[in-house]
Design a protein around this ligand. Sequence first.
Ligand code: ADP
Ligand code: MG
Length: 226
Amino acid sequence: MIDVVDLKKVYQMGLVEVGALKGVTIHIDKGEFVGIMGPSGSGKSTLLHQLGLLDTPSSGTIRLNSTEITRLSDEERTWYRLMHLGYVFQDYALVSELNVMENVAIPMIAQDRPIDECYEAAKSVLKEVGLLERKDHLVYELSGGEQQRVSIARALVNNPEIIFADEPCANLDTENSRVVLELFRSVNKDLGQTIVMVSHEPWHMEYFDRIIFIRDGVIDEERMRE
Ligand SMILES: Nc1ncnc2c1ncn2[C@@H]1O[C@H](COP(=O)(O)OP(=O)(O)O)[C@@H](O)[C@H]1O
Ligand SMILES: [Mg+2]
């Protein structure tokens, strides 16, 4: 499903070049729940951004199913993200002026689908994450854990092939982190959803099928869950 070969990313900081990824080769199968772990600054977010078409690598290849995504034009990349991928961020990235249901519907509205269809799909995924009764609330009326579940519903709404999550529990306490991790786990098991999640919390490891450890921009180790 995801095939990455010799991926490199160099950031230019004035006169200084920062090698954030120094030749990463990984394979991720359909239906896997993979954790990307490593110390702060090791390149986790950079790797996720390249895989999720949120940034373009300096060299190397990324194939998602049969598509070589490094060859897509900007317009094709935007469309690919909308049609095939879902995202969950540390800060939820919800729109404060919109209610819960409208936030969840955004990826479908962006696809120009009929509005009724968008809201029906939003309600259906809100039910899956246990927040249907909050659909008319504004996001600030929800707790952090609930906001993150709304953002997971938004990631699910267009039936993505892959969900990318960058430290989704970083702003949550342990109890809410567990709720989010268990939600990912059940979405992975029940729907066969492929999920790639970045984390630096060792206790999250028990939720992943496989862990890819990254250090200084290279893969350090890969480990199946014990
Ligand atoms: N936009 C950027 N410009 C310059 N350097 C960056 C940029 N993004 C990340 N870096 C650098 O690349 C390295 C990896 O960063 P990052 O992928 O964010 O690490 P992590 O997510 O593991 O904490 C770090 O040294 C960081 O400072
Ligand atoms: Mg990061």
